[in-house]
Design a protein around this ligand. Structure first.
Ligand code: ZN
Length: 71
């Protein structure tokens, strides 16, 4: 019986994580443990998991590149 309760709790926790969309993961851009939504970024044909901060930075970086090369 205790196992079933533990399983139910695990499922609820999992659902809660999915619902709020954030999890603790290691950002592959800044190499820090971050609690944020996981953003998938494709750089040089490889896919990286990026935290919100890095994702924003990369986005702005691309904008800056676009301005620099008049794209
Ligand atoms: Zn990061």
């Amino acid at each position: 019986m205790k196992k079933i309760i533990a399983l139910a709790l695990a499922v609820i926790m999992l659902l809660a994580l999915v619902a709020c969309g954030t999890e603790t993961f290691k950002c592959e851009i800044c190499n820090k443990e971050k609690e944020s939504s996981v953003n998938e970024v494709e750089l040089m044909g490889k896919t990286y998991k990026a935290c919100d901060d890095c994702y924003k930075g990369i986005d702005e970086g691309f904008d800056a590149l676009g301005d620099a090369f008049d794209l």
